[in-house]
Design a protein around this ligand. Structure first.
Ligand code: DC
Length: 224
């Protein structure tokens, strides 16, 4: 395997990207970069600044003053927003919804893509997101497009919420997933799509171990 290499994992929300990317990065002994967390940190900043998701000029103006960086503690990515570790604050539905809307903004994307490329130029990475194989790291050694049916993704999210003791409605979760997929796939800049040279892995009927093994096999095949 080369000294420095990049593995790009893209796909819709709930396909299992972050769990799988974490497992693969651990097996390979390289860092895992969760780019969704960066878009979430930016969304949290915009919410705090009182910017509306519909105000694209306001988002463009405000995003310049958000200083987002990442740090690793025990191998776990931490997202730092203007000096504050916000990793524990970005997993709410409010932040998810704002991240999905504000990530269509070209200025937001330009700023975060620059940070992502810088990280990959310094270290070997497993990086997950929506546009990693297509835009951020078009020369990544391995590109995976991880997906699953919306019904399966909704059920996984439903089970997670129920396990946390939260009330939720399966049909509503699936409707939200379909709406978010649509927005991510049809936005003008860097829409979610499979790169021509990405390997498609449909995880609908696979468990975490099977998907991790499938990806490690693909890495082995591509990088030796
Ligand atoms: O993967 P996630 O749910 O944490 O991502 C949050 C939002 O950020 C999601 O709506 C899509 C957006 N995103 C993006 O546009 N590009 C990326 N590389 C990663 C996430």
């Amino acid at each position: 395997m080369k000294n420095r290499f990049s593995i790009a994992i893209d796909g819709p929300a709930g396909a299992g990207k972050s769990t799988i990317a974490k497992n693969v990065s651990k097996e390979l002994g390289v860092i895992y970069v969760d780019t969704g967390a960066m878009y979430r940190a930016m969304a949290l900043y915009l919410i705090r600044e009182g910017v509306s998701a519909e105000d694209s000029e306001g988002i463009s103006a405000k995003c310049a003053s958000a200083d987002i960086s990442i740090d690793f503690v025990d191998g776990m990515q931490q997202v730092i927003l203007n000096g504050e570790n916000v990793s524990g604050l970005i997993r709410t539905e409010e932040v998810s919804a704002m991240a999905s809307k504000s990530s269509v903004n070209g200025d937001v994307r330009e700023k975060l893509v620059e940070l992502q490329r810088k990280l990959a130029s310094e270290k070997s990475v497993v990086m997950d997101g929506r546009d990693i194989g297509t835009v951020v790291l078009p020369n990544a050694e391995v590109k995976i497009y991880l997906t699953a049916s919306s019904a399966v993704r909704a059920k996984r999210r439903y089970d997670e919420l129920i396990a946390k003791g939260e009330q939720c409605d399966l049909a509503q979760i699936e409707a939200d997933i379909i709406e978010r997929d649509h927005r991510d796939m049809t936005r003008e800049i860097s829409p979610l799509k499979q790169a021509d040279d990405a390997v498609l892995v449909d995880t609908s009927d696979m468990n975490i171990e099977e998907v991790t093994k499938a990806l490690l096999d693909i890495v082995e095949e591509k990088c030796g």
